[in-house]
Write a protein that binds this ligand. Sequence first.
Ligand SMILES: NC(=O)c1ccc[n+]([C@@H]2O[C@H](COP(=O)([O-])OP(=O)(O)OC[C@H]3O[C@@H](n4cnc5c(N)ncnc54)[C@H](O)[C@@H]3O)[C@@H](O)[C@H]2O)c1
Length: 383
Amino acid sequence: MNFDSAVIELDWKANAEALVHARSSRIEIGAGSLARGPESWRHAGLLAEGGLVLLVVDPAAASAAGDPLAERLEDAGLRVVRIEVSAGETQKTQPSVDRVLAAAIAAGADRTTPLIAVGGGCVGDLAAFAASVLFRGVPLILVPTTLLAMVDAAIGGKTAINLAFADGSIGRNLVGTFWPAHHIVADPATLSTLPAEEFRSGLAECVKHAWIASPEHLEWLEACAESLVGSGHPKLISPLIEASARIKATLVAEDPLERGVRRHLNLGHTFAHAIEGRPRNRLRHGEAVAVGMVAAAATAEVLGGAEPGTAARMRTLFARLGLPTSLPEGGELAALRAGMNLDKKRSHRGLRLVLPCRPGRVEVVESPPEPAVEAGWRAVGAE
Ligand SMILES: NC(=O)c1ccc[n+]([C@@H]2O[C@H](COP(=O)([O-])OP(=O)(O)OC[C@H]3O[C@@H](n4cnc5c(N)ncnc54)[C@H](O)[C@@H]3O)[C@@H](O)[C@H]2O)c1
């Protein structure tokens, strides 16, 4: 397969009321896209001659993306103020935002100063939130450096930080804004240092996108599963990112504020959030999503909305991609079921599940019958 590069134009105009600053988000995908970034951002009017740039970098992504980008920006005559923010849900909190804002103001930033975030979904979410509140919003460029951030977190304009409660617990993504990036650059070369298990975690979201919207992409993933995880076949990575990013871009452009089709992106997520909320959870987000999708499929089969064999098909693909398909240490059904209700309590609504029907089609089910939900949990090893 030949693939050089791709550009997706995400058109926000139809839902312009959702946005006050970026009329479109340009997503550039492919080898060399990061190197071309500064020139492209200058053309778009985001970089001023000799101006200041705020570069918020995850240190883990420094060698593959942060350092070369800083060098290019400096070579282009820009003044780069670099702010390092480590990944991790406990770091994705207000004190880190304050550090970014204070460094920006100390550097002399104004409301035209662009903020460029380099890192995975954690640093991207946090830096985007900081960009949205600094002087009530500065231009934002995202350079995602994990597969998950390239196909999911960086696209769609949601920013977020976690709320740290007095008892030491963390409320994930409870604080945030809508602040889409002007430019998003997904250069597969920046994944060169990403640990294999983080790459696989991102693959779970790719499978999710395929199940939601594209039987063809699902078949493609099934055809090259081992190649994707084996040597991470370089020629497959850009088409993978493009297909998956395009699905997310299409859904969020149609429904930026998540009142309709954007909800489909929650496939498997109500189960996954209950798994991630367990005190000693060790699964990464994508790994929990894989288990959650299998549970959702099993629930759908019991309800008759999905053909028998749907959960088995998902299980097979996730296993081939090196992702878990059941709870590694089992789990107590009652506790997991209660974990799903945390969403319900917040919204004062019944449980709402997104369930697969067939490849390319999902449905939103309000207040599903308990036996079906429990069957879903049992299918992934809960007792
Ligand atoms: N805004 C959204 O719409 C949205 C959607 C999905 C997920 N998210 C958020 O994204 C976060 C998860 O994102 P993630 O999976 O990218 O996790 P992450 O940002 O925690 O990154 C995973 C790990 O990879 C490291 N890393 C990042 N890039 C690297 C690189 N190139 N080389 C080596 N190591 C690298 C990080 O330091 C971290 O240890 C969560 O906080 C989630 O809430 C947001």
